[in-house]
Design a binder for this molecule. Structure first.
Ligand code: MN
Length: 259
């Protein structure tokens, strides 16, 4: 049996309804090893049902077990099923959907260790995404967006039709091209990373990234060493900047190993 991975993580999270919306349709999940953000969509308060169902499905899939590689992808697929089942039983909620993005510490069969060329089973990060919420990785002052937005404006940015800055104010900025709550299910993107002490992960809803540019996010994510304080500062900055949407962030540190 695999042992508990020798990687320590430290996390914090925060959410805010913002200055415009009257309720919060985002949801988050923070456990010892699973860190997820979901941004719900749908009328009649159904968006918050969809995002809550999604994070609950992931919570159940990861409850008390160390996920295997692709385990988080499978949990996200179960979340899609949970939303479909809910709509089947509650037709007034038809059309609800949610994004979901985040990361989990899994026990990897390929086991690329950050500090070794040996390939043996070990802990690794699995990052997943469906929709236009994002995961970023920060290391030594440098911020990299890991996920690719599944959105109409994301497609336009990738095609070079509009800039990232124009995407933040584009009328179609809320139209996602993949989400949970669809049949057939939209594909789930995933990536693996060897845990590296000192790295900082950020999972966030678009309420953060439509208000703050990457340079602002990088500065706040690198400021201090308390992930909870950083999460709260990021949310406060997005609300301060306009708060046009619900904003939710999860901040995760890969701490130095201790034997
Ligand atoms: Mn949003």
């Amino acid at each position: 049996m695999p042992q508990q991975p020798s990687v320590r993580v430290d996390a914090g999270w925060a959410t805010d309804v913002g200055r415009v919306r009257d309720h919060n349709e985002d949801a988050a999940l923070v456990t010892d090893s699973v860190f997820v953000v979901a941004d719900g969509m749908g009328g009649h308060a159904a968006g918050e049902v969809a995002s809550a169902l999604a994070v609950d499905a992931v919570r159940r899939a990861a409850d008390g077990v160390l996920l295997a590689p692709e385990g988080l992808v499978e949990a996200v697929e179960q979340a899609n099923t949970a939303i479909l089942r809910q709509m089947m039983n509650n037709p007034d909620q038809l059309g609800m959907a949610t994004t979901l993005t985040g990361l989990a510490l899994v026990w990897g069969g390929e086991g690329a260790q950050a500090d070794s060329d040996e390939r043996q089973p070990g802990p690794q990060w699995e990052v997943v995404n469906v929709g236009d919420s994002r995961v970023y990785r920060w290391f030594d002052g440098e911020l990299v967006q890991v996920t690719q937005d599944h959105s109409e404006v994301g497609d336009l940015v990738r095609m070079g039709v509009i800039t990232e800055q124009e995407a933040r104010r584009h009328p179609a900025r809320n139209i996602v091209t993949r989400c949970l709550g669809r049949l057939p299910a939209d594909p789930v993107d995933s990536w693996s990373f060897a845990p590296t002490p000192g790295e900082r992960w950020l999972a966030c809803s678009d309420g953060l990234t439509n208000e703050l540019v990457d340079e602002q996010v990088a500065a706040l994510l690198g400021d201090g060493d308390d992930p909870q304080a950083i999460a709260e500062a990021l949310v406060a900055a997005a609300v301060e900047h306009g708060g046009r949407d619900n904003v939710t962030v999860v901040v995760v540190f890969t701490a130095p190993t201790s034997d």
